[in-house]
Design a protein around this ligand. Structure first.
Ligand SMILES: Cc1cc2nc3c(=O)[nH]c(=O)nc-3n(C[C@H](O)[C@H](O)[C@H](O)COP(=O)(O)OP(=O)(O)OC[C@H]3O[C@@H](n4cnc5c(N)ncnc54)[C@H](O)[C@@H]3O)c2cc1C
Length: 482
């Protein structure tokens, strides 16, 4: 039996730090929409808070209603990673009676949303992510202000790769089209910009953009769960959902493996690497979402490259950027933050697996990565091998785009599914939670979601057609599955 997750309900002191400079992001119409919506939400929240003058009373109300039997909720969210936790927060903030169910312990390390760092960046080859990223960047700022601790550490972001790389070219075109501030630099300019700490070949370009940085994943998930509870949500861990059944007359019954049932007017499935399995059980639909096991590696920064403690030059204090290197292998990394003297550098990809029968290794091959590190970091990072690694799960779609849609069929718009975040969803968690909330409550997302529809795979098993290559390294066997 799982327990209620109820952190202390202290006040939420504001964080005193520089506000993020969005520059021309603020030109995006979505920004104003978010502000308007946020204002409306603040008013809702104030109204909600007013109606709950005694938070203990509210909490007791839910506890009394939730007695271990069959309970009724406005919305039941299945899966407490970043997507489910953010959704539960948004729903509860709107005053909806919300239940968040998680099969393992809260903040476990078996899915996709755990660990020490996730990159946030605005530079995407696909146009349609820009409104979601812009909204999320604002929400990360706003929500961390509410909790009173920091989950979002800002830095510049550096993309790099061969100048004829189509993804890179598409990303630059998309930045221009969407007024994302960026500078395209040649190899000498990259060397100057980062004082020789990172070097690229002469036929490469570097693209420096202002909106980069690191989100602390476990801390961020905890933040949304805490704020969901503060707004009245009920959170339950160690409760695996076995099935979701349509009820005659409306609503759904959520059946768990420990024998408890919950009733919801609506349901949101945010089950990460398990989403395919759960959706198949619930509706028979086969989503082309392949779980991959992958890992990140931490590499030692050699001594003598900074003015004090090892790694400062490659850390936030040294203004080192988050970075991504296009081509094969696609490499990404973050400034030194979580482990002093170490820097996270990893390849984007993974091994297909069953999330319930994990291989727990061998981890991504590092041969090409070692060479990349030795050359790009000009011998200043020890390229013999990572000194620490951490395993994690990706949920891959064939086109690397998300699935955010109604389940349809007999469930119509009562059940919304969000999955297939394909190794790049974390940064967008706050906006995805808002989108899922609007979808499940009112049927509209407020942003264009056509690229995330399930039906795209009926039209083309490979999903959205792109004029550039995929970024994640997959085995051929995996590709042919879709
Ligand atoms: C190594 C690595 C690096 C990454 N780097 C980045 C990055 O730099 N930037 C970025 O934006 N993104 C990044 N990502 C991707 C990002 O972390 C994921 O897209 C995101 O965490 C997905 O969140 P989720 O909530 O969908 O899945 P999860 O976090 O896995 O959450 C799903 C939850 O549902 C639960 N669940 C499943 N089935 C059931 C059930 N039947 N009943 C109850 N609960 C259930 C699971 O236990 C799990 O807790 C990275 C991912 C990895 C693995």
């Amino acid at each position: 039996m799982g327990g209620f997750h109820r952190p202390a309900e202290d006040g939420s002191p504001l964080i005193a730090e520089d506000p993020f400079q969005f520059t021309s992001f603020e030109l995006l119409a979505v920004t104003q929409d978010i502000r308007n919506q946020e204002k409306a939400n603040e008013e809702d929240e104030a109204e909600h808070a007013h109606s709950l003058l005694d938070p203990h009373e509210n909490r007791q109300h839910h506890q009394m209603e939730y007695s271990g039997g069959e309970e009724y909720f406005d919305v039941i969210v299945v899966g407490a990673g970043i997507m489910g936790s953010s959704t539960a927060y948004h729903l509860a903030k709107r005053g909806k009676k919300t239940l968040l169910l998680e099969q393992f312990d809260f903040l476990h390390y078996l899915g996709s949303s755990h660990g020490e760092s996730r990159t946030i960046r605005a530079t995407y080859p696909e146009d349609y992510y820009h409104p979601i990223i812009a909204e999320s960047a604002l929400l990360w700022e706003q929500v961390q202000q509410k909790i009173g601790y920091k989950v979002y550490f800002k830095s510049q972001h550096l993309d790099m790769g061969p100048s004829d790389n189509k993804s890179l070219q598409s990303m630059i075109a998309s930045c221009l089209k969407n007024s994302i501030p960026h500078r395209v630099l040649d190899s000498r300019q990259v060397s100057d910009e980062f004082s020789g700490r990172i070097e690229i070949p002469e036929n490469w370009v570097g693209v420096v953009s202002e909106m980069g940085g690191v989100i602390k994943p476990t801390k961020a998930v905890s933040m949304f769960q805490t704020l969901a509870i503060k707004n009245g949500a009920v959170l339950r861990d160690r409760t695996e959902v076995k099935n979701i059944v349509k009820k005659v007359g409306g609503g759904v019954k959520v059946v768990t493996t420990n024998g408890e049932n919950f009733w919801g007017k609506k349901c949101v499935i945010t089950a990460g690497a398990w989403v395919g399995k759960l959706v198949k059980t619930v509706s028979g639909l086969e989503l082309p979402i392949q779980p991959l096991e992958t890992n990140v590696g931490y590499w030692r920064i050699k001594e003598g490259n900074d003015n004090g403690s090892v790694g400062v030059d490659y850390g936030f204090d040294g203004d080192f950027p988050t970075f991504a290197s296009y081509g094969e292998p696609y490499v990404y990394g973050t400034p030194s933050l979580e482990y002093p003297g170490l820097i996270k550098i990893a390849t984007h990809g993974g091994y297909p697996c069953d999330p319930d029968k994990r291989p727990w290794g061998p981890g991504m091959p590092v041969g090409a990565l070692k060479e990349w590190i030795e050359k790009r970091f000009v011998g200043r990072v020890d390229s013999n091998g990572p000194v620490a690694t951490q395993l994690c799960m990706y949920s891959m779609t064939p086109d690397e785009d998300f699935v955010i849609d109604f389940l349809g069929g007999e469930f119509g718009k009562d059940v919304v599914v969000a999955g297939g975040f394909s190794g790049h969803g974390f940064k967008m968690g706050p906006a995805v939670g808002r989108i899922l909330t609007d979808l499940v409550l009112g049927g509209e997302a407020g942003v264009e979601l056509k690229h995330f529809k399930i039906s795209r795979f009926k039209e083309n098993p490979q999903g959205n057609v792109k004029e550039f290559e995929n970024q994640v390294t997959l085995k051929p066997k995996l590709r042919s599955r879709f």
